[in-house]
Write a protein that binds this ligand. Structure first.
Ligand code: H79
Length: 693
């Protein structure tokens, strides 16, 4: 019944005051409208009378190879007279959306607002001559929803920008960067309060990301900044296009989705299919996102004349019907408070209630792992009561879903407790031995640029039981972690500790008690987005379409050609006669992502390119066959240096932590994270940590 997913409390301990980001209002948006509208909308995915099937339609200039002067000429005919800002705001509201993110400028460089810094804008270059973005900002204000902007960090029209490339992740020249600063400044000062700025693409230097981040913060301190600004400058993380994480995150985040994965801008020849099927798909996505604490940004791509495609408005209106009759389960809620997902559907919570979004093939569902007294359970939209049977001893309940209550696409049940309820930890540790493998990890989403986006592990938490009133834990680490400053929290007390090498040193030799053997080594090419590892959570990876490597030299550093934004995977089979820890030394270039038997060990991507580094990775092998998966990724380098070396021993550093008083309760909590990370999404990199008390 339970599908494991890992995580922990969202934004634990952060107080949201008005001066701080994210505002409660931003977190409560839940569902927002993305609009891709620009010169490309007038092409509608067609060039020279033929459909352009490669690439997204908003990038038709690039994918159809349209000369800059010809493309720019199309502005002379751009006249979106059917655009009606108030109607679009009304549509967004009818759909249940609480903000609109509008393309102020896409990669083509054409501005949908009156820019002073280029004539290539809707006022100066088109017969329309109106500041369409300003009208939309004002309509949002009138309609009482938030206004936000998308801003492309690349610009195919700016003379000192890089040429049009396939990947859209080129660096910014100093001139182009200055131009972006000026444009962002005018947007931030002339269009009223902007709820978020959705920077997209390019590959900036850390200084450039910081410059833009500081500028927005100075002009509009409330404005949330998308992680696609790069270099881990991030107020909210953005998944890759149309990507849905199956884990919860400890940072504000968003999934941006298009109606059809193939395009964001209008595509006249799109096969659209059934409205109801699309509604079902997008409601399922919305629920998946909000149950993991995120914001769902769903796109429309109006036609070049400004009219909204009927299919898209129908989908939104139909979604809105379901959303409005279940709004209590959506707005103002928090993520699923359980430490795992469920096979029957998803969940949110608010006050003394749980909201269950149940797929319609369930007659009853079982829920366990909580304590508290359930008062009522009802179908949210009809208030029809559900019969239920709570078993206090097992901390569980069986809920019967009344016949004929199927609501398309998901039935929402409201579980109301008499008073407070508690979610029990997924695993309470009864020994005094904590390690990365019995911890609940906390994740962020790191992004140096679009292709470097990945799930970064930022902290570990353990729930444990002990009769002690005070503990003085001892922490064990390897040389990788020396010098790190960590924040240790036990119950509610926090202390900063520097991991110090002049502590007890112990050599762990692997004249192993039990036999193990490195078996076959396989390889294949990986996906071009670093964080995209299809094999994650696959306990048994099928190696039939992998290439077997003969006579690999495990002692040596290897070098291979690997272009920027490319990756290569290795899969090492390891047989063990018993459950036991062994270690391997992994040498990597700038990005490495490691899984053992499908489970995440660590992932990190060095901001500096081309570096070779080695790290010790302790592997808790299971008896029998194990699979170590290694993904190497190049950010900007064009060669990869790597090594995979089993080691016979490693050094443990042991250090006493300060004493912590335990509060009076049956279970306790210990957590670690970096005390002063560069960014809230920077990886902790302490996968070998152990704590004993
Ligand atoms: O505005 C939308 C896209 O145009 C923009 N981001 C969203 C919100 C975006 N620009 N570049 N990218 C996203 C990443 C580019 C991915 C690509 Fe491909 C992979 C370009 C070529 C290969 C996907 C598949 C797009 C075209 C083919």
């Amino acid at each position: 019944m339970k599908q494991r997913f890992t995580f922990f409390l969202l934004f634990a301990g952060i107080l949201f005051t008005s001066a701080q980001k994210p505002s409660q209002q931003w977190l409560d948006q839940k569902f927002s409208m993305f609009i891709h509208f620009g010169l490309y909308s007038a092409y509608g995915g067609v060039y020279d009378g033929k459909p352009v099937t490669r690439g997204y339609s908003e990038q038709i200039q690039s994918f159809a190879g349209i000369f800059s002067d010809w493309y720019a000429d199309s502005a002379k005919n751009f006249n979106p007279t059917e655009w009606n800002a108030d109607e679009i705001v009304a549509l967004a509201k009818e759909a249940g959306m609480r903000s609109i993110v509008f393309t102020s400028k896409h990669h083509d460089g054409f501005c949908l607002y009156h820019s002073q810094f280029t004539k290539f804008n809707i006022v100066d270059a088109t017969p329309y001559k109106r500041d369409l973005m300003k009208e939309l900002a004002e309509a949002c204000k009138r309609g009482g929803i938030d206004f936000a902007v998308y801003f492309s960090l690349i610009d195919w029209n700016f003379p000192q920008a890089y040429p049009i490339s396939s990947h859209n992740a080129d660096p910014l020249t100093p001139e182009h960067y200055q131009f972006n600063l000026k444009q962002v400044e005018e947007i931030m000062t002339s269009y009223g309060p902007i709820s978020e700025i959705w920077f997209d693409m390019g590959s900036l230097t850390p200084e450039q990301s910081k410059g833009l981040y500081d500028l927005v913060n100075r002009l509009q301190p409330q404005c949330m900044i998308s992680g696609r600004l790069g270099n881990n400058y991030v107020d909210f993380s953005v998944m890759a296009d149309n990507e849905y994480p199956d884990y919860k995150m400890s940072v504000p985040w968003q999934t941006a989705a298009s109606m059809f994965d193939e395009t964001w801008g209008y595509r006249s020849w799109q096969k659209r299919g059934s409205v109801q099927e699309k509604v079902n798909e997008k409601i399922a996505s919305l629920v998946k996102v909000i149950s993991r604490g995120g914001n769902y940004l769903l796109n429309i791509g109006p036609r070049g004349d400004g009219s909204v495609v009927e299919f898209e408005s129908e989908v939104l209106k139909n979604m809105g019907e379901w959303i409005h009759s279940n709004s209590e389960a959506i707005y103002g809620t928090k993520a699923n408070p359980f430490p795992h997902a469920f096979s029957w559907g998803d969940m949110t919570t608010k006050n003394n209630n749980l909201y269950l979004f149940v797929k319609n093939n369930n007659q009853f569902i079982d829920l366990s792992g909580f304590s508290g007294n359930i008062a009522t359970i009802e179908v949210l939209s009809s208030r029809a009561k559900c019969r239920f049977n709570q078993n206090q001893k097992n901390n569980s309940v069986r809920i019967n879903i009344p016949d004929n209550t199927n609501i398309t696409p998901l039935t929402v049940l409201k579980v109301t407790f008499k008073d407070k309820f508690t979610i029990l930890p997924s695993e309470v540790i009864h020994t005094n031995h904590l390690s990365a493998w019995n911890a609940v990890p906390e994740f962020g989403h790191s992004s140096l640029d679009y292709y470097c986006g990945y799930k970064s592990l930022t902290g570990y938490t353990w729930d444990f039981q002990t009769n002690k009133k005070e503990i003085t834990p001892e922490i064990t680490f390897t040389e990788n972690e020396i010098g790190k400053e960590i924040m240790v929290r036990v119950d509610n007390e926090e202390k900063v500790v520097k991991l110090n090498p002049s502590t007890t040193i112990e050599r762990v030799d692997l004249n192993a008690p039990f036999d193990f053997r490195f078996g076959n080594l396989y390889t294949k090419n990986g996906k071009g987005v670093f964080g995209y590892v299809e094999e994650e959570n696959q306990e048994n990876i099928n190696t039939s379409n992998w290439k077997k490597i003969e006579n690999f030299n495990y002692e040596e550093k290897h070098e291979m050609e690997l272009n920027p934004r490319q990756s290569v995977l290795f899969l090492q089979e390891i047989e063990s006669t018993e459950n036991q820890n062994i270690a391997v030394e992994i040498g990597s270039g700038n990005g490495v992502y490691l899984l053992l038997n499908g489970k995440y060990i660590t992932a990190h991507l060095l901001p500096t390119q081309d570096e070779y580094q080695k790290e010790i990775v302790v592997l808790p092998l299971e008896k029998g066959k194990n699979q170590l998966l290694i993904k190497y990724f190049n950010h900007k380098a064009d060669r990869l240096n790597f090594s995979i070396t089993p080691i016979t021993g490693w050094i443990h550093y042991k250090m006493k932590l300060p004493a912590f008083k335990l509060k009076k309760s049956a279970t306790h909590q210990l957590s670690i994270k970096e005390s002063n990370p560069d960014s809230k999404v920077s990886p902790l990199r302490m996968n070998n940590v152990e704590v004993r008390f």
